[in-house]
Design a protein. Sequence first.
Length: 86
Amino acid sequence: MSDQSNFFNPRSRYRGHFKPENLAFNANLQEFAGRVMTISNLETGGKISPEDSYQEIKALWKDLKRTKKSLGIGQTSPHFGDAEAG
């Protein structure tokens, strides 16, 4: 099962500045990316509607932002994606 999990959800090593919060955020970011890919594939394959996929990804994005804030990452400088559209 582990080999199959690694195949469908590969993980990359963290190569940035090592701090525990950066490592934790990177793991969450990789999880976000994998889930977005799965949702996109389901929508492309006609298994879920575009609106459902949008809502799912929007919820994942909010969770990722909440994680970023709780870890205290980037609080001193503005980052891409901090402002929400619409």
